[in-house]
Design a binder for this molecule. Structure first.
Ligand SMILES: [Zn+2]
Length: 205
């Protein structure tokens, strides 16, 4: 009987212990590669003095500065203003094997009325479905903030097709559209975009 009581008390103690100190679940580390488009002699879309690579570098500097989440580790295909061939970019991405590669660009069109953000994923990627889900999350996040965002498009760009991880290209807006251009070079707008991108990173699973 005494033994049984002992056993009973031990069991109660164990159960209490199990409930009192639940195992701490370490937050998941999220690895992202940001692919800064163009660089060096490759300016990307250019209107007067404004260049695509310059806008992208400004937004990336803000992402870097605003990311206070120690569980979001961001790697960059280029950290200086120099040209990196596409193959070197995907070789780097495939070595890191991040949870996402986000390639940032700024658009241009012969039609000055064309405007808004765009997201691209590739159906030829083995990670098409995951990429599409992530792009949908980005799209929703920016639509909620009153950005004009187009449907997610399918394209077989090198980065999308050859990254062996989920990959999304994000076009921040059109330099050839007056309103987009004004926003793209605006400090506050760039801050908002950078913050939204970090929010999307934190939701990667
Ligand atoms: Zn570009």
């Amino acid at each position: 009987m005494r033994n049984r009581t002992k056993l009973f008390l031990t069991l109660i103690a164990l159960i209490c212990f199990a409930f009192a100190s639940p195992k701490k679940v370490e937050p998941k580390q999220i690895n992202v590669v940001i692919d800064a488009a163009h660089g060096g002699e490759d300016f990307g879309s250019t209107i007067a003095e404004i260049t695509e690579k310059q806008i992208i570098d400004q937004v990336i500097a803000k992402i870097q500065a605003f990311n206070k989440n120690k569980n979001i580790i961001i790697h960059y295909t280029r950290s200086t203003d120099r040209f990196i061939p596409l193959k070197d970019r995907t070789d780097f991405i495939n070595t890191i094997k991040p949870d996402l590669v986000l390639s940032l660009h700024v658009n241009a069109s012969p039609n000055s009325n064309t405007s808004g953000m765009e997201f691209y994923v590739s159906k030829e990627s083995n990670f098409y479905e995951k990429s599409n889900l992530i792009a949908e999350n980005f799209q929703t996040k920016f639509l909620d903030s009153n950005y004009k965002v187009a449907e997610i498009k399918n394209a077989n760009f090198h980065i999308l097709k050859n990254s062996e991880v989920p990959a999304v290209i994000m076009e921040l807006g059109y330099l050839t559209n007056d309103i987009d251009k004004k926003n793209l070079v605006n400090n506050n707008e760039q801050n908002q975009i950078a913050k939204k991108i970090i929010e999307c990173f934190s939701e990667l699973k």
